[in-house]
Ligand binder design. Structure first.
Ligand code: GDP
Length: 441
């Protein structure tokens, strides 16, 4: 996925003390490839990588201490920028009703969106009216009625013999109806075609002219890949719109549409749809989307912090001990104490949207554990620390008394030590790195 590819590209910078121009170039090349593979529009890719490259070069010249992190930051900021920067909220008319018109290809998700919007607005105290102006597709009116019922919103549709076949008239009449009946938002669903089509555009443009909407939302299926840009441009030329809705973001969309459309049309993405249910819908936040794309796999940042907290020589020494079975309770204590050096890590992880699992693990990690471990191990004799097998019942009792803990505490510590030693031995043989008490990091 795009996420994986970007994280990979950035991970290659790991451990670099400073960045050379060549490092920047190869990273930018990887990012470029990742974006193109995700169907991001070529122009957008060029612009994006150009800016990232320029800024990364500056960062490399500034001799920053942590260039990799800086580049991650730059990429994140530029992703937010091409996704539109600030969140753009729906705009309401000063005098109700607020008129929202939906436009887009057939199957883009307009009718579903109408229901989602209605439900979302109703929850916020609004009284939305759904208007069926898709009079082309045989089932469109019925579909809107079903969706309206699910959303608990009234649907305005032409009476048989009255306005059938004339969506402009239906749209116009519906506004008057909304004013009379005091609906405060009118959501107008329009007809789409399978492809861009002059008649459809004209009809949508005519409806727009007739009802002068406060918002025209262009709904686009995120899965249409490279076609996204051409379709969006055609709708911009033919009808024009004030905002974009990305639908089907739950599918295996590669992210191309999301990253291209706002940038190419200069129109903000206002909502995203993530499923067929009426609740699978949310306002669009460029920063959150960027974080999702990057999986703020600041796992990278994390790794770097962890690397600097654990002294490399010590780590090598430990690895040898694990491998040769000479890992002692003293070593165990030393390791626990190193965790303290990572003190700020918890806070840092708190800021990373991508690292949820890791955050939970850290939350479960009790820092007082280190203090207790210290007390117990320091109450042991040197011989006991080197050879925990010596720890029989009476020795454990003595240690418990000496450290102000219970025998159970001592037993648990010894057990954890055994587990850690076993775990670390696996690691030394090439397994996944683990930190005692924390699981994989
Ligand atoms: P319209 O022709 O633009 O009105 O599109 P519809 O609202 O009829 O949607 C077309 C199909 O896409 C329907 O089967 C919807 O259930 C489905 N759909 C709409 N939005 C989403 C979404 O966000 N995710 C998924 N997975 N399916 C969606």
């Amino acid at each position: 996925t795009l996420s994986d590819r970007l994280t990979q590209a950035l991970a290659n910078l790991r451990g670099k003390g400073r960045l050379s121009a060549a490092d920047v170039d190869s990273t930018v090349r990887e990012i470029r490839r990742a974006l193109l593979e995700a169907d991001v529009n070529l122009e957008v890719v060029k612009q994006f990588t150009g800016t990232v490259r320029e800024r990364a070069m500056e960062a490399s010249l500034s001799q920053a201490l942590n260039p990799a992190q800086q580049v991650v930051q730059i990429v994140n900021e530029e992703l937010v920028a091409i996704l539109g920067g600030q969140q753009r909220r729906l705009e309401f008319a000063k005098r109700p009703p607020t008129i929202i018109m939906l436009a887009g290809l057939q199957g883009a998700g307009k009718t579903t969106l109408a229901g989602k919007l209605a439900k979302w607005l109703a929850k916020d105290g609004h009284t939305p009216l759904l208007v069926a102006c898709d009079l082309q597709r045989p089932n469109a009116v019925t579909q809107l009625q079903v969706v309206g019922e699910q959303a608990g919103a009234q649907v305005y549709a032409p009476e048989p013999g009255n306005g059938v076949g004339n969506p402009v008239r239906v749209a116009k009449d519906s506004i008057k109806f909304a004013q009379d009946k005091q609906f405060d938002v009118v959501i107008v669903d329009t007809a789409g075609r399978l492809g861009v089509d002059a008649d459809m555009m004209k009809q949508a443009a005519d409806i727009r002219k007739a009802i002068d909407p406060d918002e025209v939302l262009f709904v686009i299926d995120s899965m249409i890949g490279q076609d996204a840009v051409a379709t969006a441009k055609a709708f911009q030329d033919g009808v024009d719109f004030t905002g974009v809705v990305l639908s089907k973001l739950d599918g295996d969309a590669r992210g191309g549409a999301a990253l291209s459309v706002a940038s190419v049309t200069g129109r903000p993405i206002i909502f995203s749809s993530t499923g067929e249910g009426l609740d699978d819908f949310e306002p669009f936040y460029p920063d959150r989307m960027a974080s999702r794309i990057l999986d703020l796999g600041d796992i990278l940042t994390l790794i770097e912090q962890a690397q600097s907290a654990f002294d490399e020589d010590q780590a090598r020494e430990m690895a040898e001990k694990f491998a040769t079975d000479s890992f002692t309770l003293d070593d165990f204590l030393k390791q626990m104490q190193q965790l303290r050096n990572m003190g700020s890590i918890k806070k840092m992880i708190g800021m990373l949207p991508g690292a949820k699992g890791m955050r939970e693990q850290l939350d479960n990690f009790d820092e007082r554990e280190i203090v207790r471990t210290e007390a117990i191990i320091q109450s042991m004799t040197k011989a006991e620390r080197v050879n925990p097998k010596l720890l029989n019942g009476s020795r454990r009792l003595r240690i418990a008394r000496g450290s102000g803990m219970t025998v159970t505490d001592v037993n648990q510590l010894v057990q954890r030590f055994d587990q850690a030693a076993k775990m670390m031995k696996t690691v030394a043989k090439g397994g996944v790195p683990q930190v005692p008490g924390m699981g994989p990091i």
